[in-house]
Design a protein around this ligand. Sequence first.
Ligand code: IPE
Ligand code: IPE
Ligand code: MG
Length: 250
Amino acid sequence: MEKLNKDKLPRHIAIIMDGNGRWAKKRILNRVSGHQKGAEAVREAVKTCRELGIEVLTLYAFSMENWNRPKGEVNALMHLLKRYLFEELDEMLENNIRLNAIGDLENLPNKVYKVLTDTIEKTKACKGMILNLALSYGGRDDIIHAVRKIISDCEAKKIKPENITEELFSNYLFTAGIPDPDLLIRTSGEHRISNFLLWQMAYTEIYITDTLWPDFKKEDLIEAILDFQSRERRFGLTSTQIKGRKKKGV
Ligand code: IPE
Ligand code: IPE
Ligand code: MG
């Protein structure tokens, strides 16, 4: 932790928490045990980000496509989610963490939806960090949802088509008001985005580790941030331009 540059922390970290099934398989356990162990890794990641002073942590907990998994696994994941929210409320309040959720939330089972909205409501005054859960989330769905709302606001004459900018579009996404992720971490070695924050990740730095999500510890998160800090984010400019800007303190 000492090695981290506190002035160069990512504001927003997004994580594709992958590999629970493989973790369980390696131990000849069922997939659900992997998800249970994964929930512990979630607790550690949240705690570490809060300690470090990260502003937003977005966790990909359940994708739109994950609904197509075997029914028993989907039910177990929903149950775990409900339990996690229920058990973590006090911890969130104590640590000043505000819960937010993105995705097609109304598709969640009623009981999960209820505890989710309750927790969001109860933590809404917390200012220390945003814990943003992507649930029943699809990046393409996020964009379609925004397009529909924009069209309906155009029809209602609230906005004009010529005023649609990237900034306005961003404000119609589920992540409205949240800065784009600076760092994306994907565990378990897969090199793909799997329909995560498609629009929002235009300039996100990507870090992939072979570590399976249940094995992902505080040290692994720090390692990812250190790697992020060693990179030069150029946003289309040349390295010389970036260095010149830094000198001028821009
Ligand atoms: C991630 O682990 C958890 C969810 C997608 C909900 P997986 O369940 O995808 O684990 P693998 O990829 O099968 O190892
Ligand atoms: C991505 O993992 C979704 C979550 C981590 C919630 P998957 O395991 O579903 O992704 P694919 O199927 O390997 O792309
Ligand atoms: Mg997977």
